[in-house]
Ligand binder design. Structure first.
Ligand code: GNR
Ligand code: NI
Length: 167
């Protein structure tokens, strides 16, 4: 197991569109395990491969209090979405920033587990929000880019300031 380095916005590599996973091999299982460990240590409720600079369509999610409900989703696709919900989001790639974002309230996701078995997940609430946030990462999108240009500029200033303070 290993803890992976998480890219921080505005790192351009966060804009890479991830490619589908083709091989359900030992390397994929190791990557998923390392991503899960990285997510739990952070701590976060989800992590996309993009955030650890691996541009393949793989996400890990665990929204449970007990941190024992890990879900590994390979090549996830939203096949149905409806409703709207607005809630505060944060991101391990944008530390210290929390902003309200609008998402679909209910989604149905088709994906594969790490062994290649097909999964179909129906989600609402935090799980639905988290999966949409992670799939956005795979498409090279970061949640702060859904905000107005004014808000995004303020966030970029704040991130720069925080960056200087940690040097
Ligand atoms: O840990 C995380 N919390 C969170 C809270 C609200 C909406 C989305 C998230 S995902 C985030 C971890 C992360 O950055 N995943 O990409
Ligand atoms: Ni994120």
């Amino acid at each position: 197991m290993a803890i992976l380095n998480i890219l921080h916005y505005p790192d351009e590599r966060l804009h890479t569109v991830a490619k589908p996973v083709k091989q359900f091999d030992a390397r994929l299982k190791q990557l998923a395990a390392d991503m899960a460990e990285t997510m739990y240590v952070a701590p976060g409720i989800g992590l996309a491969a993009t955030q650890v600079n691996v541009h393949e369509r793989l996400i890990v999610v665990d929204i449970s209090e007990t941190k024992d409900k890990l879900q590994i989703l390979v090549n996830p696709e939203i096949i149905e979405m409806d409703g709207k919900t607005k809630s505060e989001e944060g991101c391990l790639s944008v530390p210290g920033i929390y902003e309200e974002v609008e998402r679909a309230e209910h989604i149905v996701v088709k994906a594969f587990d790490e062994t290649g078995k097909e999964l179909r997940i129906e989600a609402t609430g935090l799980l639905a929000i988290c999966i949409q946030h992670e799939i956005d990462h795979l498409d090279g999108k970061v949640f702060v880019e859904k905000l107005s240009r004014l808000k995004l500029n303020r966030i970029l200033q704040k991130l720069k300031k925080n960056q200087r303070q940690t040097m």
